[in-house]
Design a protein around this ligand. Structure first.
Ligand code: FEO
Ligand code: CA
Ligand code: CA
Ligand code: CA
Length: 600
């Protein structure tokens, strides 16, 4: 074991102080640079971004709005070049247009928003002596927008529930929406979760259809009023279009002409993310959480086995693995008496929030395991299926990733301000606090470490908040030495096996800015959480990629605080002066006199 107090490899930095600055703050000895900003051109000949003269045609060839997930696929062993893929989760029109009239958006404003959603694919490049990745034009560059054709695959493809007047086959969907987090597959493609799709569909009110209300599809007009310009956003005219969103998508960034896929076998809910682990026998499992208060954690196990290698043929085969298998949902059991889970976060007498659990099957191919629901219904209305089998209601399951060496599963449970409220479920051992503002990080170990296991053990690694609060927990570490943290959102690992966590707290912890944290998982330093960087006020830290020499993060919605808008900007990051804030990707690296230093 490492001697106490000595930081493990990869985490030898002095934590940054919590703050409310309008800048990205990095540790002493580190430098930073912008990789790409909202509106930056991705193709030759595309005009530079001009906030006051934006068009849909330009936006469709520029970096989209509100980058969330990011991945880097290295193109050389030194990681000097790579393909970067980012999600553009959603648009904030009042920050995109001066004088924006939300009651009456123009058609061009709506079309700009359609083009600002989706994903961006582009090459990044740095020099040997700098970590400053910069976006480049390349043959890989691509924009996925709300007009990009997707192939629907898996057992619900072609279902009547997915057919519309424009697509009577139920197999071809234009676009992807509200893509939040994602994952890189072992075969070099990208998975991305369609999250809060409900907010885009109008005229659900009065239908009293649990297949809509259970997903929060309700109301008459939508906030963005897209239904005025394309009937597919109007449930009264296209009742099934809503069923074509809420999936995990897969994109092959190596092949810019490839058709991206929607995988129905992973179920339909507010997917935060999906991440794949390969089992010893070559089958794959995918974990995904449904990010809403009191929602569930899911696992999928494939029937087929992964083909090794990075050939196009191998990728084509591996892209079918998520279309034939079994979908499960998690049920958690605590091992402490319920009377000891008092809702404050106080540890029970065994000293841990922990227990066991099982994966309950929902459907496999055309076979449903849920009474009263067909397999197609299970895939398209997965929340209703999981309700019926008694899955465990969690505190907003955000990102889920498996540790690259141990296979242990880490899930950020972001927060749940409604736990314990009237009519809502109270504290449970995996979700031990009522009115949970700050969230927790779950550690889940499959039985015998086997990815294919259907039972598991679990414990809470972190119970987040201000460490001065006695009812927080940092892996058992001395709380006088850790950084405060609220609302864990994304998780990632470095090559030393440390966990990195980025946050989306909306200022829940004393109004402080969100950030990126590193924490050891093993040995005497387990739980020694340190704040590595913070993002500008109003922003969220997303999509961390922890490289050997460079860390990148997405800064989403900088300056989005109450009362701010393009007419009254609260941030001028990253361009400074009186400029409008722009969601951007930032690279951070350690200064080196000759050659770039390793992180930490
Ligand atoms: Fe888009 Fe679950 O955060
Ligand atoms: Ca316990
Ligand atoms: Ca998220
Ligand atoms: Ca978030």
């Amino acid at each position: 074991a490492e001697p106490q107090g000595r930081p493990p490899r990869g985490l030898d930095f002095k934590p940054v102080a919590v703050n409310t600055k309008d800048e990205v703050v990095v540790p002493e000895g580190y430098e930073q640079g912008i990789v790409i900003r909202w509106g930056d051109p991705l193709f030759p000949g595309v005009p530079e971004f001009d906030f006051d003269n934006q068009t849909a045609a330009k936006q469709a060839k520029q970096f989209g709005f509100n980058c969330d997930f990011a991945a880097i696929l290295p193109l050389d062993p030194l990681e000097l070049t790579g393909i970067m893929v980012t999600n553009h989760e959603y648009t904030s029109e009042s920050f995109m247009f001066r004088g924006y009239n939300s009651a009456n958006p123009t058609e061009e404003q709506v079309k700009i928003a359609w083009a600002a959603h989706g994903l961006s694919v582009f090459m990044i490049k740095r020099s040997l002596f700098s970590g400053h990745y910069k976006a480049k034009f390349s043959r890989y560059n691509r924009r996925i927008t709300l007009h990009t054709p997707f192939e629907v695959r898996g057992p619900a493809a072609g279902s009547d529930l997915l057919k519309t007047s424009v697509d009577p086959t139920g197999r071809k969907v234009l676009g992807t929406i509200n893509n939040c987090a994602g994952g890189v597959t072992p075969w070099g493609t990208i998975l991305s979760g369609e999250e809060n799709f409900n907010q885009y569909f109008a005229n659900a009110a009065g239908r009293n259809d649990p297949r809509l209300t259970r997903y929060g599809v309700n109301g008459t007009a939508t906030t963005r009023k897209w239904e005025r310009f394309d009937k597919r956003w109007d449930l009264a005219q296209e009742p099934n279009e809503v069923n074509r969103f809420g999936w995990v998508i897969e994109l092959d960034p190596n092949d810019p002409d490839s058709t991206p896929v929607k995988h129905t076998h992973l179920g339909r809910f507010k997917h935060e993310t999906a991440n794949v682990r390969v089992a010893d026998d070559g089958r794959v499992v995918a974990y995904s959480g449904d990010d809403e208060r009191f929602e569930y954690i899911y696992k999928y196990i494939s029937n087929g086995k992964v083909k090794r290698g990075n050939s196009k043929a191998a990728r084509r085969h591996n892209m079918t693995l998520l279309d034939d298998g079994t979908l499960y949902v998690a049920r958690f059991k605590g091992d402490s008496p319920a009377s000891e889970i008092d809702g404050t976060g106080k540890l029970p007498s065994d000293g841990k929030f922990d227990g066991s659990g099982e994966w309950i099957p929902l459907a496999a191919g055309t076979k449903s395991f849920v009474p009263g629901m067909t397999a197609e219904e299970v895939y398209v209305f997965t929340r209703l299926a999981a309700d019926k089998v008694g899955a465990t209601k969690m505190d907003r399951p955000e990102d889920i990733e498996t540790h690259p060496r141990t296979g242990t599963v880490y899930c950020a449970l972001s927060n749940n301000s409604e736990r314990g409220n009237t009519g809502k479920e109270g504290a449970t051992e995996p979700n031990p606090r009522v009115k949970n503002r700050h969230g927790q990080v779950l550690e889940l170990t499959e039985r015998r470490g086997d990815a294919l296991a259907l039972t598991f053990n679990w414990n809470l690694f972190l119970v987040c908040g201000d460490p001065a609060d006695p009812n927080t927990y940092f892996g058992g570490y001395d709380k006088s030495k850790v950084s405060p943290i609220s609302s864990p959102d994304n998780v990632a690992f470095d090559r030393h096996g440390n966990l990195w966590i980025s946050t989306d707290s909306g200022g829940a912890l004393n109004g402080l800015n969100d950030g990126l944290y590193g924490v050891p998982l093993d040995g005497r330093e387990r739980g020694h959480l340190k704040l590595f960087l913070t993002v500008p006020a109003g922003g969220e830290t997303c999509g961390p990629v922890i490289g050997e020499r460079v860390i990148t993060v997405c800064v989403q919605h900088p300056g989005e605080v109450d009362g701010a808008s393009a007419d009254n900007p609260a941030s001028n990051w990253p361009d400074g002066g009186k400029s409008q804030p722009r969601a951007s990707v930032v690279a951070v690296w350690r200064k080196g006199r000759r050659q770039l230093g390793e992180i930490g």
